[in-house]
Ligand binder design. Structure first.
Ligand code: NAD
Ligand code: GLY
Length: 368
C-alpha cells in the first residue's frame, strides 16, 4: 500500500493539509482530533454514500460522536431546498461556531456542505472527506462552495476554505465506472491546462488507473491536487490565474444548464467535452496545432469517455441558445465572453473577447 501523502495549501491563516492515501477514513478520528474543541462532529452526506461508507466513518471517528444527515444523491440536491434543510438541521443539532462540519460525499455534498458551513452562525469550520474522484482532485480543494440557481450553475456561493481534506483513495473502489470517468475529466483538465508531461503520463496510464490500480490513482490525485493548490495559493479568489482551472467550463456550464443538471450529462463529462471544444476553438483561432484537439479527443475516446456534443443523449438547443447560456456564466466580464484557450497541450491562458461568431460556427458544426 502506498504511504499517505500530504499536499499543503498555503493560504496564511486559512492554510490546510490535503491528506491523500488509502485508509484515511479508518483513522479519521486521529486526523480530525487536532481541530476539535469537543468530541462531536456533524456529517452531511448523501443517500448513496451513507449505506456504503458511513459506518466506516463512524468507526474511524472512534471516540468522536457523529451525527449525520443524508441528503438525496445527485446534482438536483445542490439547490435552495436541500441547502435550507441542511442548514436548519445543523442548527437543530446545535452545531456551534467552534464545532466542525464534515462533508462526506462527492462534489455535490462538498459544495453544499461547505456553503452551509460558510453561512452557519456566520461561518464554522469544515472538513472535506471527498468520496468521488472529481471531489478528490478538484472540488474539495480551494474553498469554492455553493449551490445552483434556476438561472445557472454555481451562481450562489462563497469562498470558504476547509480546515482539512482527507482523500481516501480506497473509497473510490465503490464508485460506478461512469462517475469515476466523469472525475477523470477533471484530471485530464490539469494536464491540458498546465502540465504536458502529466497529460502524456495519463495517455500511458489512464486505462490501468481507471481499471483500479491504486498506486496510479494516488499519483493522479496527488499531482492534480498539487497543481490546484499552487494555483489557488497564487489566486485564491479568482482574480487571475485561478480562471485556468475553468478550462472547458464555459462550454460545460452551458451544456449542464441545457441538459437540466440531469443524468444526461455529468459535470466531469461536460468538462471533458468542454476541453475538447476549447482546444478546437484554440486551433480555429490559430493558437495551437491541428494535432492538439485531435490528441485530446483521441485520449477521451480511448478512455471510453464522451468527447463530442453528439455523445450527449437527447436533443440539445441550437448554437445561439447555447451561446446565450454561456453569457450567464460567472466568467462573463462586462458582457464579454471569457474562455480558457491553449497555445498547446499544457499551455492554457485566459482569453477575453473571443469572437462570438467563431464560437457560434464551432458549436453549429459540432451540433450538426
Ligand atoms: P456527486 O457528488 O453527485 O457524486 C456523483 C455520484 O456518485 C452521486 O450519485 C454520489 O452519491 C455517488 N458517490 C459518491 N461517492 C461514492 C462512492 N465512493 N461510491 C459510490 N458512489 C458514490 O458528483 P461529483 O461528480 O462528485 O461532483 C460534481 C459537483 O462538483 C458538481 O456540482 C460541480 O459543480 C461540483 N464541482 C465543484 C468544484 C469546486 O471547486 N467547488 C469543482 C468541480 C466540480
Ligand atoms: N474548479 C475550479 C476552481 O476551483 O476554481
Amino acid at each position: 500500500m502506498t504511504a499517505v501523502e500530504t499536499v499543503h495549501v498555503d493560504l496564511g491563516a486559512r492554510s490546510y493539509d490535503v491528506r491523500i492515501g488509502a485508509g484515511l477514513i479508518a483513522r479519521a478520528g486521529a486526523e480530525i482530533a487536532p481541530l476539535l474543541r469537543r468530541p462531536r462532529v456533524a456529517v452531511l452526506t448523501d443517500a448513496t454514500v451513507a449505506p456504503l461508507h458511513l459506518d466506516a466513518l463512524r468507526a474511524g471517528l472512534g471516540d468522536v460522536t457523529m451525527t449525520a444527515l443524508s441528503l438525496p444523491a445527485g446534482e438536483g440536491t445542490k439547490g435552495w431546498p436541500e441547502f435550507a434543510r441542511a442548514v436548519d438541521w445543523l442548527l437543530a443539532e446545535r452545531i456551534e461556531r467552534r464545532d466542525v462540519v464534515i462533508a462526506f460525499g462527492g462534489g455535490v455534498i462538498g459544495d453544499l456542505a461547505g456553503f452551509a458551513a460558510a453561512v452557519l452562525r456566520r461561518g464554522v469550520r469544515f472538513v472535506q472527506i471527498p468520496t468521488t474522484l472529481l471531489a478528490q482532485v478538484d472540488s474539495s480543494v480551494g474553498g469554492k462552495t455553493g449551490i445552483n440557481s434556476v438561472h445557472g450553475k454555481n451562481l450562489v456561493g462563497a469562498f470558504h476554505q476547509p480546515s482539512l481534506v482527507l482523500a481516501d483513495i480506497g473509497v473510490l473502489d465503490t464508485l460506478p465506472a461512469r462517475d469515476f470517468l466523469s472525475g477523470y475529466g477533471e484530471v485530464v483538465k490539469y494536464g491540458l491546462l498546465g502540465d504536458a508531461g502529466f497529460f502524456e503520463w495519463l495517455e500511458r496510464n489512464g486505462p490501468a488507473l481507471a481499471a483500479g490500480d491504486a498506486t496510479l490513482r494516488q499519483y493522479a490525485v496527488r499531482r492534480s491536487v498539487e497543481m490546484k493548490a499552487r494555483i489557488v495559493e497564487r489566486d485564491e479568489t479568482e482574480e487571475g490565474d485561478r480562471a485556468l482551472l475553468n478550462l472547458g467550463h464555459t462550454f460545460c456550464h452551458a451544456l449542464e444548464t441545457a441538459t437540466g443538471y440531469s443524468g444526461r450529462l455529468l459535470h466531469g463529462e461536460g468538462v471533458a467535452i468542454g476541453c475538447a471544444l476549447a482546444f478546437e476553438l484554440s486551433q480555429r483561432l490559430g493558437l495551437c496545432s491541428q494535432e492538439d484537439p485531435s490528441r485530446v479527443r483521441a485520449h477521451l475516446k480511448a478512455m471510453g469517455m464522451k468527447a463530442d456534443l453528439a455523445d450527449i443523449p437527447g436533443d440539445l438547443p441550437d448554437a445561439d441558445a447555447l451561446l446565450a447560456l454561456m453569457a450567464q456564466d460567472k466568467k462573463v466580464v462586462d458582457g464579454r465572453l471569457r474562455f480558457i484557450l491553449a497555445r498547446g497541450i499544457g499551455e492554457a491562458f485566459v482569453a477575453d473577447d473571443v469572437p462570438g461568431d467563431v464560437v457560434r460556427k464551432l458549436l453549429a458544426e459540432a451540433l450538426a
